[in-house]
Write a protein that binds this ligand. Structure first.
Ligand code: GDP
Ligand code: MG
Length: 170
């Protein structure tokens, strides 16, 4: 039986909730104090889409995103990217563009792209509108989602969408 395997890199400003979003999905847990991991770490998970098993290797950064430069091994053979920003932080949204440029410089093959506005539980502090998020995502050919890793809202669909994209590209 066919199995699809894909490497998924998760990018974005420090503190937007990349690690929290991944652990919410992979372990269904949330921590208020996330220990910044040293070096890159990855999680593997399996999901079935249209009866086809998809194995995703999800790569998380570990503080190096602060320097906007990741080791080439981080990008090597990546098939999908999740670009995360914090809806209460305009700068984190603006920096997505920098990450997209980084991706283009480092990955030649076509990728499944997804932009995610996290922390929608802090809606009253929102600085980036859904329209802005959607407009930018459309301009780079990415899907757009909003979620809260804290409240476990909308996280699953992000990864399901990535899995579906990997299946379509396989
Ligand atoms: P990373 O640097 O992008 O990996 O971000 P982290 O996952 O380490 O999260 C940074 C901080 O934001 C931590 O204090 C998290 O508890 C918090 N955080 C992450 N996701 C959410 C969320 O959906 N809502 C709220 N309110 N806080 C969050
Ligand atoms: Mg992190």
């Amino acid at each position: 039986m066919k199995t699809v395997v894909g490497k998924v890199v998760v990018l974005g400003h420090l503190g937007v909730g990349k690690t929290s979003t991944i652990t919410r999905y992979v372990e269904n847990s949330f921590s208020h104090q996330v220990t910044p991991t040293i070096g890159a770490s990855f999680f593997t998970c399996k999901i079935t889409v249209q009866s086809i098993p998809i194995k995703m290797q999800i790569w998380d950064t570990a503080g190096q995103e602060r320097f906007k430069a990741l080791a080439p091994m981080f990008y090597r053979n990546a098939n999908a990217a999740i670009l995360v920003f914090d809806i209460t932080n305009q700068q984190s949204f603006d920096s997505i563009k920098t990450w997209v440029d980084e991706l283009k410089r480092n990955v030649e093959e076509a990728m499944v792209l997804c932009v995610v506005g996290n922390k929608i539980d802090l809606m009253h502090e929102r600085k980036v509108s859904k329209e802005e998020g959607l407009k930018y995502s459309n301009s780079i050919g990415a899907s757009y989602f909003e979620c809260s890793a804290k409240d476990d809202q909308g996280v699953g669909v992000v990864f399901e969408n990535i899995a579906l994209g990997l299946l379509r590209m396989s």
